[in-house]
Design a protein around this ligand. Structure first.
Ligand code: NDP
Length: 483
């Protein structure tokens, strides 16, 4: 496909090159430090073009068992016996290698997942490296992290991650697990396996002992077999609430520890005293970052009635300027929808929104001919009962409602089964305190949105999950603590 097949929003093409690395024609499973074949394979495609990128092994029950056994062996014989300082050295090495190969990882992430290169280059890859650096620092200081407690590893951790931040989620989960002395079996999502497999190559380069991290590719059945494996001591899952509930049922009574990071429907609340232009940028970042494939996306906008017309007008003007297209072009703001299935889900919910009486608006530009695309979209005239207000769309679709006073904003914002994140835009510090205390959400941003840092715990309430990842809270989820 040539750059001309994509719309470039009036900018000259600025595509990132793809000639500086290799995506192999096929990948096997990374088990016990070796590349292991499986009987079945599946293709992974570029959602922006439909082109097949590689063929990947599909782990069945047999291979899952092999991977868990390899992780258990590595735990008992090597990893749990190493000092924290030694474990930390490996993590520092992985972090540095990731930085060295940042460009390659960013391009592969954008090709396999559809996200703009600007985001994979400036957010996903640097943050993934930051997670390894941060947890490398803790590996030999666990006794100081939890003063007075005896700290020991849990054992083998089964990790299942989604397709929206494939590399970042892998780093987010592997780094604390290893820092605390656990070994890992990780299953990336079916549509985005490539950066996890590249990470396995990087672990080989780092000399990580065999079996400490095992990467098994496959679909839901592979994840299920991993989660249900009796030799897995802890499950860490990020994905949909439906699968999270299934996992919670399956671990009940087994004694396995678990953390679940699930869906969200964040309220982004803009008061009349907010800096409006900055708030509009925050709204755009909140919902259109990564095509809205973000569990903490600011997908419900609440604007104070007195400024609603102004904010919506400015928002529409800003949305007209968003560049939708080639994820590898450095000008692109909104990339491709990750899969045909996700595109269908977005379309189905948008149709429901129209049928239920909400008013849709989309910018005037066209979309590329091939691949999976959806225009940045907003809905006004929304009611609390509308499906688009209640359900996670996980796409570039914003639903807008108004409010008159802080209490009304809080009541509406909390009227959701989810409780992952939220945002507040105001000039008044006192209002920030009132709103952040009143929002039932794990993370609330004030006068900004979608800010992440390895030192900061992340996680939800209600149907958004259980447990925290990142910071000391996240670290504690990978240790047994005794007092
Ligand atoms: P899933 O929850 O199905 O997928 C997340 C991960 O879990 C994937 O690796 C998946 O494998 C795996 N998986 C699927 N079924 C099981 C199971 N029974 N046991 C263990 N692991 C399993 O999300 P989807 O990809 O289906 O997306 C559906 C919706 O979920 C989206 O529209 C969105 O609303 C929400 N979602 C939320 C995310 C979040 O971060 N909160 C992330 C992703 C989705 P595989 O993909 O290979 O089948």
């Amino acid at each position: 496909m040539s750059a001309n097949d994509f719309l470039l929003g009036g900018f000259a093409p600025a595509p990132e090159s793809t000639d500086h690395f290799e995506i192999k024609k096929s990948y096997d499973l990374f088990i016990g430090g070796k590349w292991v074949k499986a009987a079945k394979r599946f293709e992974t495609t570029n959602p922006a073009t439909g082109e097949v990128l590689s063929e990947v092994a599909l782990a069945g029950k047999k291979e899952v068992n092999q991977a868990v056994k390899a992780a258990r062996k590595a735990y008992g014989e090597v990893w749990s016996k190493l000092s924290g300082a030694e474990r930390g050295k490996y993590l520092f090495r992985i972090a540095r290698l990731l930085q060295e190969r940042a460009r390659e990882f960013a391009v592969v992430e954008s090709m396999d997942g559809g996200k703009p290169i600007r985001e994979s280059r400036d957010v996903d890859v640097p943050l993934a490296a930051a997670h390894f650096f941060y947890h490398a620092g803790w590996a030999d200081k666990l006794a100081y992290a939890f003063p007075g407690a005896g700290v020991s590893p849990i054992g083998v951790v089964g990790q299942v991650i989604p397709w929206n931040f494939p590399l970042l989620m892998a780093a987010w989960k592997i780094a604390p697990a290893l820092a605390c002395g656990n070994t890992v079996v990780l299953k990336p999502a079916e549509t985005t396996p490539l950066t996890a497999l590249k990470l396995a190559e990087l672990f080989e380069d780092a000399g990580l002992p065999a079996g400490v991290v095992n990467i098994i590719t496959g679909a839901g059945e592979t994840g299920k077999a991993l989660v249900e494996h009796p030799y897995v001591d802890k499950v860490a899952f990020t994905g949909s609430t439906a699968v999270g509930k299934e996992i919670r049922r399956s671990v009940a009574g087994t004694g396995k520890k678990f953390t679940l990071e699930l869906g969200g429907k964040a309220a982004n609340i803009v008061f009349e005293d907010a800096a409006v232009n900055e708030a509009v940028e925050g709204i755009v970042n909140g919902i259109f970052f990564n095509q809205g494939h973000v569990c903490c996306a600011g997908s419900r906008l609440f604007v104070q009635e007195s400024i609603a017309d102004t904010v919506i007008k400015k928002l529409k003007k800003r949305m007209e300027s968003l560049v939708v297209g080639n994820p590898l072009d450095k000008n692109t703001d909104v990339g491709a929808i990750n899969s045909v299935e996700q595109l269908e889900r977005i379309k189905e919910l948008v149709k429901a929104g129209k049928e239920e009486g909400a008013c849709i608006w989309q910018p005037s530009g066209g979309l590329p001919r091939k691949g999976n695309w959806f225009k940045p979209t907003l809905f006004t005239e929304c009611a609390q009962s509308h499906r688009i207000v209640q359900e996670e769309i996980f796409g570039p679709v914003l639903v807008i409602q108004t409010f008159r006073n802080p209490q009304e904003a809080l009541t509406k914002a909390n009227n959701t089964p989810y409780g992952l994140s939220g945002g507040v835009w105001t000039d008044k510090g006192s209002k920030i305190f009132k709103m952040t205390a009143g929002l039932n959400a794990g993370v609330v941003w004030a006068n900004t949105f979608n800010k992440f840092d390895p030192t900061s715990p992340f996680g939800g309430y209600k149907e958004s999950g259980i447990g925290r990842e990142g910071g000391l809270h996240g670290l504690s989820a990978y240790c047994n603590l005794s007092h």
